[in-house]
Design a protein around this ligand. Structure first.
Ligand code: ZN
Ligand code: ZN
Length: 160
């Protein structure tokens, strides 16, 4: 099984590389998802993007000017990508069709050791050598609904 440190109780604190942008999450995660799509690889410059889903009203942008970039996916879904205006760190995503939901980049947390994926999407685009946790689900392309991601997270953490 995947070794998973317990998820600490909120709040979780995070921010950007230069320190100007700070945020705080007051709620437990709903999903921990790694996306391997081309967009996420381009936008991060990394092999995939690890994001944590939370209710949007549990996420608080505390300080720092941010830039907003609206991306339209091939699926037609639109998402606002929020970055630090100074250093460009990608901080969080706001899907336009789901105003109650927000995804923040796990790597921007001050303490992110607990952020281990419970789901992987667009696995057919995954970089060679990518490893997958045995208890995380693997989805080809975009899941039909985000409930797939929430259910995967709940299934993993219900056991622990
Ligand atoms: Zn910054
Ligand atoms: Zn993606």
């Amino acid at each position: 099984m995947t070794r998973r440190p317990p998820i600490p109780s909120p709040p979780h604190h995070g921010g950007c590389l230069c320190g100007a942008a700070r945020d705080r999450v007051d709620v437990p995660p709903m999903a921990i998802n790694a996306c391997h799509c081309q967009d996420c690889r381009k936008l991060t410059g990394a092999a995939n993007l690890l994001m944590v889903a939370v209710p949007r009203d549990g996420f608080h942008h505390l300080s720092g000017a941010v830039d907003r970039f609206r991306k339209r996916a091939d699926s037609g879904r639109e998402v606002d990508i929020i970055r630090c205006a100074v250093c460009g760190t990608r901080l969080w995503h706001e899907p336009l069709a789901s105003p109650a939901l927000l995804f923040f980049a796990a790597g921007t947390l001050d303490e992110s050791d607990w952020a281990i994926p419970t789901s992987h999407i667009w696995i057919e685009k995954a970089a060679p050598g990518t490893s997958f946790q045995p208890d995380a689900i693997q989805v080809q392309g975009q899941p039909a609904t985000r409930d797939v991601l929430f259910d995967a997270f709940a299934a993993v953490y219900a056991k622990s």
